[in-house]
Design a protein around this ligand. Structure first.
Ligand code: GLY
Length: 375
């Protein structure tokens, strides 16, 4: 049996649904490890067209002694919708999957979110395993049990909290990502670095400065030898936050730093212009500008956030073509709204973020205007 190397095991300890995050190399080829989390002879793999060509044949080999069905979705955020969800339900029902089946999400954030939502609702809930293949899903989306599909009017509008039985992170798979998809994941890494500051921020800065001109993901991984450690640290932070606040009634909302504007930009462009991480990158810059206006974030840190995003070769500015009023209206579906008031995750300093419901329309408008390209 193919051997795997475990780099780190992190437990997400929750009252009812504790589970491990296993981070390592060669995990995807290890039958014993994968099968440890299956409860019956039925499995449904949800993946996408891009990943299917890389991994599906060998992955299915290790499940060959089971009923193993597959749903291959088109690749892209614009397919995180009810049509894709129905495709999964249809496969489950037509292939007679029972309540003890296991759904395996083999893919990035889109596949994980949609497969998780299907698992949470099929026969009122079946087993679910996350095998995240994008950097973004490895450091953020696969951990914590948020599942959802998008609605044309708003991102992640229909969903549930539903924890997986395990998150299996194979770092080897990052090598097959396009550099663009890989860099999109760096936006969530930068988010964690701002949220906690200190050593993580220093290490992320060093990693990005050393890799800014690389041409491939393999080159990135050669130049920077600490990505696996950074992935593990992001997962550890996420696990700790989720343990404190599984259903986002408090501190978990801080993980939405950069996402209020990011989600609105995604909806504005019908989920087709930016990868989620790219929209979050612009959202992080907007959050920095707004924090400067609202809570006195020092200009040096605004510049530093801008520089980190630049080093990661991520978009940071709102294109001039975007109608800022329409963008503002799209923020009205933000899930942090309380008592009809939009609340923003703002930055006081590195490692010091908070939720603010006092942002005036004037300040928001000013921040968005300064984030527009060429301003
Ligand atoms: N992506 C933020 C969260 O899971 O809470």
């Amino acid at each position: 049996m193919a051997k795997y190397k475990l780099v780190r095991e992190i437990d997400v300890r929750l009252a009812d649904n504790s589970y491990p995050i296993l981070i390592g190399q060669g995990i995807l080829q290890n039958k014993e490890l994968i099968c440890r989390f299956l409860v019956s002879k039925q499995v449904l793999i949800v993946t996408n067209t891009t990943l299917a060509s890389f991994y599906l044949p060998s992955f299915m080999t290790i499940l060959s002694d089971r009923q193993c069905d597959v749903v291959i979705l088109p690749d892209g955020e614009e397919y995180k919708n009810s049509a894709s969800l129905n495709q999964i339900y249809e496969a489950l029902i037509s292939k007679a999957h029972h309540r003890d089946t296991t759904l395996i999400a083999l893919g990035g954030g889109v596949v994980g979110d949609i497969a998780g939502f299907a698992a949470s609702t099929y026969q009122r809930g079946v087993n679910f395993i996350q095998i995240p293949t994008s950097l973004l899903a490895q450091v953020d989306a696969s951990v914590g049990g948020k599942t959802a599909i998008n609605h044309p009017l708003g991102k992640n509008m229909i969903g549930s909290f539903y924890q997986p039985k395990a998150v299996l992170i194979d770092l080897e798979v990052l090598k097959t990502l396009s550099l663009r998809h890989f860099r999109a994941g760096l936006a969530e890494v930068i988010k964690y670095a701002i949220l906690v500051g200190g050593a993580l921020l220093d290490d992320v800065r060093t990693m990005l400065a050393a890799t800014t001109d690389v041409k491939t993901v393999s080159e990135f991984l050669e130049v920077s030898d600490n990505l696996s450690d950074i992935v593990a640290r992001c997962c550890q932070i996420k696990a700790e936050v989720v343990q404190q606040d599984e259903r986002e009634s408090g501190v978990r909302a801080l993980l939405n730093l950069g996402h209020t504007v990011g989600h609105a930009l995604e909806a504005y462009t019908h989920y087709s212009q930016w990868l989620h991480g790219e929209a979050v990158a612009i959202g992080l810059y907007c959050a920095a500008l707004l924090s400067h206006l609202q809570c006195g974030l020092k200009q040096d840190l605004v510049n530093e956030i801008d520089e980190l995003l630049f080093l990661a070769r991520l978009p940071r500015r709102i294109p001039v073509s975007v109608d800022l009023n329409a963008l503002r209206i799209l923020m009205n579906t933000d899930k942090k709204i309380k008592n009809n008031t939009l609340r923003f995750v703002l930055i006081r300093g590195e490692g010091d973020c908070f939720l603010d419901g006092q942002v005036t329309e004037t300040k928001l408008e000013a921040a968005l205007e300064s984030a527009v390209e060429g301003e």
